[in-house]
Every structure is written in C-alpha cells, then in structure tokens.
Design a protein around this ligand. Structure first.
Ligand code: CTP
Ligand code: MG
Length: 232
C-alpha cells in the first residue's frame, strides 16, 4: 500500500495520571491503543501501519496490534518512541516501508476517531497532493490577552479551526520538513505546523467530535461512556 499510518502512542499520559502510559490504559475492556487501531484496519484500501510506543511496551503493542490487524498483521510494525511527540513521529517515519508515498500521523489518544475521518483525509490528500488536517469550527469565543490577563482582542472565530488527527502529508515533504526544523521540533504542537513552515499548502477538512483527544480523566470518562453506549 502507498499509504502509511503512524500511530503515536509513546506518551506517558501525565495529565491523565493513570500511572501507566495512556495508550495502554483500558477503557470499556480494551486498551486505548486497540480502540485507536480498530478504524485503521477498517479502511477501504489497506494501509501500512507503524505503532510507536515506549521501549518497555513493544511486546504488549505487538500483541495488541496483531489483535487489531487480524489478517493484515504483516501490514503492522512497532517502533520505539522518544521523549517528545515529534521524536516519536520521527521514529515512525524511520520505520515506514519504502513504498509508502503518503503518510498519515495519528494520535493514539484520539481513540474514537471514526473510519470516515481517515477516509476524508486520505481522499483529500490523494486529490490535492497537499498536507491535509481534519478540524472543527471553534464554538467558544476566543480572547487574546496580554501578560496581565487583560483582554486585548476578541479573535474572529469564523476563521479558526481546532485541528485533530490523522494529518496527511506527502512522505518526502514531511521528512524534509522535519529535517529543516530540527532545532525547533519540540515547539511545534502538530505536524502540519512544521510542514506549513517548510512552505507547503495545508488544507483543512471536516473533523468530528468523536475524534477528541483523551487527555484528562474527564476525557477518559467520556470516552468510556461512549464506548459502552456504542457496544450495547
Ligand atoms: N506521544 C508520543 N511520544 C511522546 C509524547 C506523546 O508518541 N513522547 C503521543 C501520545 O502517546 C499521544 C499523542 O502523542 O497519542 C498526543 O500526545 P498527548 O495527548 O500529549 O499524550 P501524552 O504526552 O502521553 O500525555 P501528557 O502530555 O499528559 O503526558
Ligand atoms: Mg504530551
């Protein structure tokens, strides 16, 4: 397959505070990682998948990956991540199969992301050749404040998107963008920022509420409730 999906799952989950890495926390009977992989293996066209995990979780990730992949198990690899999200993405890029031309980077923590969101991103990337990120309109009113918390400005939210993953890129362009940005990788909060900084166009497509990132205990509770309701 010419599409590769890097699922970054090497974070420690500090804000969730479960005492174990977030991707390995169990929600409604399966790990966050297993939930995150399920839609990837339901895609219309097969993809290559690299799961990036902490060094001491490789064996566990392989078992989870085999379960999620089923017959597509030879389309799955496990790589060891780094201290920052961007170093984990780099590890994923290094583990990609040679034939992959388009790469999607996805947060395992967005465990309830629908298959349709992956399809939308893949289709838009194939159609345009650009970077593609899913995003939602911002529903809160956003204020810019100064150092003393005084409101300076109300930002026009019509022009804002809260972006999610998976984010798609031409593989060669993303690898080059990471290389160029080497000294400021840690400052980027998503991959599209690095890709856009390298001068490439990035298109937003519709995201979904279900693709929220499980970050805090409140998020995990919401995810578990949704999973239980879905499977009932
Ligand atoms: N991630 C990663 N490697 C890191 C840090 C983050 O692969 N060194 C991954 C996480 O596993 C997660 C995604 O990037 O799927 C988004 O990161 P975040 O939600 O911040 O997860 P954590 O870093 O694990 O959480 P926290 O920041 O609360 O510690
Ligand atoms: Mg983090």
């Amino acid at each position: 397959p010419a599409v590769g999906v890097i699922v970054v799952a090497a974070g420690s989950g500090t804000r969730l505070g479960a005492g174990i890495p977030k991707a390995f926390v169990s929600l409604a009977g399966s790990t966050v990682l297993e939930h995150a992989l399920a839609p990837v293996f339901r895609l219309r066209d097969a993809v290559q998948v690299v799961v990036v995990v902490p060094a001491d979780r490789v064996g566990e990730a392989e078992a989870i990956g085999r379960r999620a992949a089923g017959k597509a198990a030879d389309h799955l690899r496990v790589a060891v991540g780094g201290d920052t999200r961007q170093s984990s993405v780099l590890a994923g890029l290094a583990a990609l199969w040679p034939g992959v031309r388009t790469v999607l980077v996805h947060d395992a923590a967005r465990a309830l992301t629908p298959t349709e969101q992956f399809e939308r991103v893949i289709d838009a990337a194939a159609r345009t050749g650009w970077g593609v990120v899913p995003g939602l309109p911002v529903t809160d009113t956003i204020k810019r404040v100064d150092a003393g918390d005084l409101v300076e400005q109300t930002v026009d939210r019509a022009a804002l998107r809260a972006v999610q993953t998976p984010q798609a890129f031409p593989r060669d362009g993303l690898v080059a963008a990471f290389r160029v940005a080497e000294d400021r990788l840690a400052a980027a909060t998503d991959d599209a920022a690095l890709y856009a900084d390298a001068g490439h166009p990035v298109l937003t497509v519709a995201g979904s509420e279900a693709a929220f990132k499980i970050t805090t205990p409140w998020d995990a509770q919401r995810a578990e409730r949704l999973l239980v309701d879905r499977d009932r």
